[in-house]
Design a protein around this ligand. Structure first.
Ligand code: NAD
Length: 327
């Protein structure tokens, strides 16, 4: 086929742009970059981690934030101008993610909402033909995780989960060290996560829903409940209907490293644990501030424990893993 010079240049420029775009893209954006010159990205849940993820994604060439969805007007009012400043173009704003997903300019979405929303929003997003970066933990129950996996497998979409330690060089070299046999047989992995934030915020009385907050859409699939600031932005993770406390919030990152060490796909042969709320009665939390769990794995043990509110632990570290081998 003959090509004139202009068409050739246009084609080459596209090819170079595509090569630049794809060089460093995370998988959920890489998929869209194969189809488009510009990747239309959207964010659901913009207060904290979702926004962080978006700002990182916007550092990649060829990525544009098309829209932001949040149930809180105050969050939207803060984030929209910040994003406009970064990319020189104002994103659209939505309070209902279903409406936003109808937008055909959106190729991929980041889900940065509280954990009790991940399942519904991920399923909605892949059914709408969007690739997804969903924050950890994937969801709050095995049932929800199963529904998510089924929905993703039925779709053609690429989904990535926010277990960012998988991309960390020091974690990778620790895994290589063990997989090269330098620890000998791995017998035991001890995990701890003793963060202060696990005790929640100081207790306060219920109050009126703040103006501009669609609290019904914040609760979503969770039971009806009064509004209380200690159960809202950030600190919801210490309440059973929304999260699982320190164990699913930070423990999930560490447990992921423990499973990576042996690339295990096995379920534990048995699990036993105890825990409770033994400290900080003046702070609002339902999830346990104190936990010890033992997982019997084939040929090795994993133990997980946390003591929220002490912010230190073995080796002087507030969180970590100790891998115990024969060597
Ligand atoms: N990977 C990490 O290291 C890391 C770190 C922090 C948080 N996270 C994860 O990120 C997610 C968000 O945590 P966070 O600390 O940013 O929470 P946050 O409470 O600060 O922010 C959540 C945002 O979602 C919004 N929201 C709630 N329901 C919504 C809905 N139905 N539609 C649209 N917006 C909605 C809230 O208004 C809020 O702005 C959680 O899943 C958390 O586990 C991951």
């Amino acid at each position: 086929m003959k090509k004139n010079r202009r068409a050739f240049l246009a084609h080459s420029a596209k090819a170079i742009a595509a090569a630049t775009i794809t060089a460093s893209l995370p998988p959920f954006l890489y998929a869209s970059s194969k189809r488009n010159d510009t990747i239309g990205l959207a964010l659901i849940g913009a207060n904290s981690q979702g926004n962080w993820n978006l700002v990182q994604a916007l550092k990649q060439p060829g990525v544009e934030c098309i829209a932001v969805c949040d149930i809180d007007d105050a969050v939207l009012a803060k984030r929209i101008p910040e994003i406009e400043k970064i990319q020189g173009k104002k994103p659209l704003q939505y309070k209902d993610h279903r409406k936003m997903l109808e937008n055909k300019d959106i190729d991929a979405v980041i889900i940065g909402t509280p954990d009790h929303w991940h399942c519904i929003q991920l399923v909605d997003a892949v059914m709408a033909g969007k690739d997804v970066y969903v924050e950890k933990p994937i969801a709050n129950s095995i049932y929800e995780c199963d529904q998510m996996v089924k929905a993703v497998r039925r779709s053609k979409q690429v989904v990535q989960v926010g277990q960012q330690q998988r991309s960390g060089d020091h974690w990778k070299s620790a895994m290589d060290f063990m997989k090269d046999g330098k620890l000998g047989d791995l017998r035991k992995i001890n995990i701890w996560a003793n963060f202060n934030y696990g005790i929640g915020r100081p207790k306060m009385p219920d109050s009126a829903v703040p103006v501009g907050v669609d609290f019904d859409r914040w609760l979503g699939p969770a039971p009806q409940r009064s509004f209380n600031k200690t159960r809202f932005h950030g600190s919801w993770r210490m309440f059973w209907n929304y999260g699982g406390g320190l164990m699913t919030d930070w423990g999930v990152h560490l447990m992921d490293m423990a499973l990576w060490a042996k690339d295990t796909k096995d379920l534990p042969m048995s699990v036993s644990g105890t825990g409770g709320n033994f400290a900080f009665p003046d702070h609002a939390h339902e999830t346990f501030d104190t936990i010890s769990v033992q997982y019997a794995m084939p040929g090795y043990n994993i133990s997980y424990e946390h003591s929220a509110g002490i912010q230190t632990g073995p080796y002087g570290k507030s969180y970590g893993l100790a891998f115990v081998g024969n060597n």
